[in-house]
Design a protein around this ligand. Structure first.
Ligand code: FMN
Length: 262
């Protein structure tokens, strides 16, 4: 596959995966791609855990679903992420960032903008939206043949120290390698982020994965082979929109935005 084709078409997979297990060969390629990433002094501070065991995947799915339900019911989700939601194509085009919020259940559509207010949260609660989104999330995770946790070695990952920053930087590069590789292998990947948002649920995740004291669990993902037709999910985390060059590149001084026609 052409390198730039992979870069340009990498994306977040929102929908269900094909339930086929990921071949061991592909799992090895993913892990070796991660290890090719740069790291400070070649320290390779990342560690990965691959989970195929059906019972463990079901337990993680249950935790993700419960976390999503609670985040929506308590209004925390929209409170935290309000700045990233765009309500029209026009807003998306102008800003070039964020994700489009247009997939609400039918009866809620007229209230899209109010959905982030306490009244909106109350309406959603009455309509059973938290339960529905929780169930969706649980099913997506349970139906994913591979779950992956990424951890950092605490000898390197020391928050507040330069090596802590470097470790996160290196992990980001390793994760991007994995992300690009999934695309080249006909696979997809998505964050399972909801348990991380609730400290006691994150502790449960750490226990489920048997993370030892010398490692910090940083993120959990679901992976699988992609299906052809994808139904757009209730919350669409993927976006093809990007800022224009003049919105994020400067020339010679930060006073001078680069031209969009570079
Ligand atoms: C640090 C980080 C956190 C993210 N958190 C989530 C998340 O919680 N759930 C999710 O589905 N996607 C998550 N994403 C994916 C982004 O939503 C996605 O990359 C962005 O909307 C652009 O879409 P694309 O990946 O399809 O190009 C995250 C990405 C990064 C780098």
């Amino acid at each position: 596959m052409d390198f730039f084709e992979v870069i340009n078409n990498r994306k977040t997979t929102n929908g269900p995966f094909d339930p086929r297990p990921i071949s061991k060969e592909h799992q090895r390629i993913l892990m070796e791609s991660a290890s090719r990433a740069p790291s400070h002094f070649n320290s390779q501070p990342w560690r990965f855990i691959l989970i195929e065991d059906a019972k463990k995947r079901a337990a993680i799915a249950d935790l993700a679903g419960r976390s999503m339900e609670k985040l929506i019911a308590d209004g925390l989700f929209f409170e935290r992420y309000r700045p990233y939601f765009r309500f029209s194509e026009k807003e998306l085009e102008e800003r070039g960032d964020g994700i489009h919020f247009d997939q609400l259940p039918g009866p809620l559509k007229p209230f899209a903008k109010q959905i982030m207010s306490p009244t909106g949260v109350e309406i959603m609660r009455r309509m059973g939206v938290p339960k529905m989104l929780g169930r969706d999330n649980r099913d997506l995770v349970a139906g994913s043949p591979l779950i992956m946790g990424v951890m950092l070695d605490k000898a390197e990952y020391i928050p507040g120290k330069l090596s802590g920053f470097y470790s996160i930087f290196g992990m980001g590069a390793a994760m991007e390698n994995i992300w690009l590789t999934t695309h080249a292998l006909g696979m997809g990947i998505q964050f399972i982020s909801t348990p991380m948002e609730i400290p006691e649920n994150w502790q449960q995740m750490i226990a489920l994965l048997g993370v030892p004291d010398n490692l910090e669990l940083m993120a959990v993902y679901r992976l699988g082979y992609v299906k052809e037709a994808q139904r757009r999910p209730s919350i669409d985390w993927s976006s093809r929109h990007r800022k224009r060059l003049s919105q994020y590149v400067f020339r010679d001084s930060c006073d001078t935005p680069e031209s969009d026609d570079l």
